[in-house]
Design a protein around this ligand. Structure first.
Ligand code: FPP
Length: 252
């Protein structure tokens, strides 16, 4: 049953029930979904079962964000470095992406989620590119939440691509180098939207080349749960921790 069908959903009441201040939720949340492989190994299974179970967590946490009224969620689904994994694991992840898009499209419609993707998407297999393009086009009109999948994504590559774009405009005589400032560089990124909170599961404490520019002033929370076992209750605990922090942005 849809979480929205039988009720006039009250996001603020839901936040308060989870011990959260609805006015101080992150506007842009980014998640590094780590620990799929470890989770599968602990069950004695092959790594890709962890990715499959991880896709279920994606669904649960996306819905939790919509229910709280968090307007932007960016998920690190496949990094530039992940291309170096065994070919079979890469193939399974790409198949899973296509399967996820087919399975979740009705939910994206129902929850009015706009799907976006960032990264060097041209490296993805043609089937994945086509499925992505179709889901992005089908959901382009929704405004309730933006769900961005970072795929074949690297933060340094994003900065390189932005620099190339600005350099092309300078070479074409459209832009004076002196006019390049933080706003122009930010606008040349795949998506320069400032991130408020990064959550990384599996207890790791690294950014791993994720949204390097956008996370300049983000809070970082590492949670010990492996991504396939990360629950909505764990997620709410991370948000409570975020709300306990004082964000000063370099000021006193
Ligand atoms: C990191 O775990 C996770 C990934 C490299 C892939 C993330 C993919 C998913 C959660 C499933 C698919 C999601 C979508 C949106 C289609 P790891 O394999 O590095 O885990 P480990 O550190 O325990 O080995």
């Amino acid at each position: 049953m849809s979480p929205f069908a039988t009720e006039v959903h009250d996001a603020a009441a839901e936040a308060r029930a989870a011990g959260l201040d609805p006015a101080r939720l992150p506007r842009h949340l980014a998640i590094i979904m780590d620990g799929n492989g470890r989770w599968a190994s602990r069950q004695g299974w092959e790594r890709f079962f962890g990715h499959r179970r991880g896709a279920d967590t994606v669904r649960a946490i996306t819905t939790a964000c919509v229910r709280l009224g968090i307007p932007r969620l960016t998920l690190y689904a496949f990094s530039s470095e992940n291309w170096q994994r065994p070919a079979r694991e890469v193939a399974v992840l790409m198949e899973l992406l296509v399967e996820y898009l087919a399975r979740e499209l009705p939910t994206l419609h129902e929850q009015q989620i706009r799907l976006c993707a960032i990264g060097r998407l041209e490296r993805l297999p043609a089937t994945a590119q086509a499925a992505l393009r179709a889901a992005i086009a089908a959901t382009a009109g929704y405004r309730r939440m933006v769900l961005t999948l970072a795929l074949s994504y690297g933060g340094r590559a994003e900065l390189v691509d932005a620099c190339r774009e600005l350099a092309r405009r300078v070479a074409a005589g459209e832009l004076d180098p002196e006019e390049i400032d933080e706003a122009r560089l930010g606008a040349a990124l795949y998506d320069g939207e400032e991130v408020d909170l990064v959550i990384r599961t599996a207890g790791e404490q690294r950014l791993s080349n994720f949204l390097l520019w956008q996370t300049a002033y983000a809070e970082f929370i590492s949670h010990p749960a492996l991504w396939p076992e990360f629950t909505v209750a764990d997620f709410h605990a991370c948000l409570r921790e975020y709300q306990r922090r004082e964000r000063r942005f370099g000021r006193v």
